[in-house]
Design a protein around this ligand. Structure first.
Ligand code: ADP
Ligand code: MG
Length: 346
């Protein structure tokens, strides 16, 4: 139904002083759920607004289904955008809020209502149609905003941090709902978030943005397992990837791959004594914080041990830990870019 593509897109503000988008090439395939992930200020909203036609790019192009739409007004792009603050009209009912864009487009009343009921049914908010926004929970309001976007039968959905106003528990269930909803309607969706957990859970692919540039694009597992640089390595994962300097390189390994040595039974491993200073218990895992020296300069690292690893570990003591060779990643210390393995020895 719709492929969205941007080519060498740039958007500068303040007479060129701010490069909000700094040469982005990106394609969302038909029916794909593409997540744009990055810290606050990295250009996510600007990129979405430029795709929607709410901002003119400084240079570069936006294409929908292979057709250049740069310069065309938002309405001809068949795009619906749901903003971070999805302002509903407080004095209108849910139904009136949902049909509002159709009303504005001059659609007959009967058809409007039929469409609104269809969208409300898809989102499970039919029983709420007569209520006012203030009588709804945050999650319900969010679904109303989605329904209002959906009735326009967009070819593309652009969602800008739609869950950011919800509390943590609600976010998890709303995320689950969004995913099922997307599977059902199958509309090409570009979803913006600064939350890596949301990105990992929702995206068919994730594009990691920083400073207006795309650092890496790929399926969640690839971004997690093979980060293209140290920014991606440390932005994704909780706790993030450990990075230990050694001979002009950075040796990276995920906390869950740093285990007490007896749990890594293979010759292909890097061992290191970990001087433990703190242990936290989180969701059944032990997070062990400390300092390693052997494989490089003295560096703080964290190990995440599942409950199946029951080695006694005490703060204030040193334990031998290890990482399997296949779990080590290597980055250039200067550029931060991922590179070929370097010898570690032990
Ligand atoms: P994000 O959504 O990732 O938080 P934004 O796209 O909102 O980031 O902003 C990217 C950068 O562009 C920021 O430095 C921001 O201050 C700047 N910016 C965004 N919109 C404008 C604007 N209208 N005028 C000037 N600077 C802007
Ligand atoms: Mg934003």
């Amino acid at each position: 139904m719709a492929v969205v593509e941007v080519r060498d897109l740039r958007k500068h503000f303040d007479g060129g002083q701010v490069h909000a988008i700094d040469g982005v090439d990106l394609t969302a395939a038909d029916r794909e759920y593409l997540v744009l992930l990055g810290p606050s200020g990295c250009g996510k909203t600007t990129l979405l607004r430029t795709i929607a036609g709410l901002e003119e790019p400084t240079s570069g192009e936006v294409l929908i289904d292979g057709r250049v739409v740069t310069g065309l007004p938002p309405r001809v792009r068949k795009i619906a955008m749901v903003f971070q603050s999805y302002a509903l009209y407080p004095h209108k009912t849910v139904l009136a809020n949902i049909v509002f864009p159709l009303r504005a487009a001059g659609m007959p009343a009967e058809e409007r209502e039929r469409k609104a009921r269809w969208a409300a049914g898809l989102l499970g908010i039919e029983p709420l149609l007569k209520r006012k926004p203030r009588q709804l929970s945050g999650g319900e309001r969010q679904r109303v905003a989605l329904a209002r976007a959906l009735v326009r039968e967009p070819h593309v959905f652009l969602l800008d941090e739609p869950l950011s106003n919800l509390d943590a528990k609600l976010r998890a269930s709303a995320r689950d709902e969004l995913k099922r909803f997307q599977d059902e309607i199958g509309i090409t969706t570009i979803y913006v978030t600064h939350d890596q957990i949301e990105a990992m859970g929702l995206g068919d692919r994730i594009a990691v943005l920083e400073g207006g540039k795309v650092r890496q694009v790929g399926p969640p597992v690839e971004i997690y397992d093979n980060p293209a640089d140290t920014f991606v390595a440390t932005f994704i994962g909780s706790p993030p990837m450990n990075l230990v300097p050694r001979n002009g390189h950075l040796v990276g390994f995920r906390p869950e791959h740093l285990l007490p040595v007896e749990n890594v039974r293979d010759d292909d491993r890097a061992t290191m004594p970990l001087a433990v200073d703190r242990i936290e218990y989180l969701s059944g895992d032990r997070h062990v914080y400390g300092t390693v020296t052997r494989i490089g300069e003295e560096t703080r690292v964290v190990a995440r041990l599942p409950s199946t690893v029951d080695t006694p570990i005490t703060a204030g003591e040193t334990h031998e830990f290890a990482v399997h060779g296949s779990r080590l990643r290597f980055f250039d210390a200067e550029s931060g870019l991922a590179g070929e393995p370097v010898r570690i020895g032990s």
